[in-house]
Design a protein around this ligand. Structure first.
Ligand SMILES: C[S@@+](CC[C@H](N)C(=O)[O-])C[C@H]1O[C@@H](n2cnc3c(N)ncnc32)[C@H](O)[C@@H]1O
Length: 267
């Protein structure tokens, strides 16, 4: 394993390459390909897929559910209402955008942003199949969102922020585009403790949603620095503790799926 520190460009390229290949190779009738999810089975993480949802997904076609690469259910914590504008960071094949569209209804607006052209192509095909006019997919990076200031009610995201090489930029951008009083409702992989530089240089593990994951105390500090209030990070399997308030952990990284929520003050 190399110990070379990767540049942000190298990381984005490795991530885009992985998800481009997944989108290109995806065939809904071949369920074995659906194991090519964000969390690489080789790395021991078992956290991804459409079975993580609390809601009934039977209305969605296999083209959507089979390309579900998340690690949680952000819709379950987003409390969406009719007419709202929702932004999905790293929308992939679009599953959370389509679930959000049901909740915000025809008077709402859902924007999915993704940097990988092959994923956007799949998402747009799925949109045409479902006929949901209120969903729009935009190509772009979550570190530099193609979205206007103060224009979004709720930001959702499912297993994407861990992949970013510049998480402070992601939180600053999320804060910029939210309306005052707007909310962040994210499912993602985080850690207690830190991966070593050698582990973080492994691009396969990074793109597999493992070694890009950051310590909860660090994540909470970046969110507060961006301006967010009411920051909460909770283990998906144990919602009793707000890990945003715990001291940094010094041991080796323990990785888990979390619910991450926060508010842009102002209302
Ligand atoms: C693990 S998949 C999750 C997709 C989707 N959220 C889901 O739950 O199925 C990660 C997605 O995020 C996109 N992505 C990763 N890093 C990104 C970045 N920095 N900017 C924009 N999109 C990114 C990838 O192209 C990929 O489609």
């Amino acid at each position: 394993m190399t110990s070379k520190t990767r540049t942000n460009e190298e990381i984005l390229e490795a991530v885009q390459d992985r998800y481009g290949r997944i989108a290109q190779n995806f065939q809904p009738e071949l369920t074995v390909l659906n194991n090519a999810s964000c969390c690489d089975p080789d790395t021991g993480a078992d956290c991804c897929g459409s079975d993580l949802y609390d809601v009934d997904l039977s209305q969605l076609p296999a083209d959507v559910t089979g390309l579900s690469l998340g690690c949680g259910d952000p819709i379950a914590i987003a409390s969406l209402e009719p007419g709202q504008t929702v932004l999905d960071l790293g929308s992939g094949g679009g599953i959370d955008c389509f679930l959000a569209a049901e909740r915000v209804g025809p008077t709402g607006h859902v924007i999915g942003v993704d940097m990988t052209p092959a994923m956007l192509e799949k998402a747009n095909r799925n949109k045409a199949k479902l006929g949901v006019a209120q969903v729009e997919f935009r190509q772009g990076q979550i570190e530099e969102l193609p979205v206007e200031n103060d224009s979004v009610d709720v930001i959702i995201s499912n297993c994407v922020i861990n992949l970013s090489p510049d998480k402070t930029a992601v939180f600053h951008e999320a804060f910029r585009v939210l309306k005052p009083g707007g909310r962040l409702a994210v499912s993602d992989m985080v850690t207690r403790g830190k991966f070593t530089p050698q582990e973080r240089a492994d691009m396969s593990a990074w793109a597999g949603c493992i070694t890009g994951a950051e310590d909860v105390a660090e994540m909470a500090a970046w969110m507060r620095d961006a301006g967010f209030a009411q920051v909460a990070i909770q283990k998906k399997e144990d919602l009793s503790v707000n890990l945003a308030d715990v001291a940094p952990h010094m041991g080796p990284a323990e990785i888990f799926s979390a619910r991450i929520t926060a508010v842009k003050p102002g209302l």
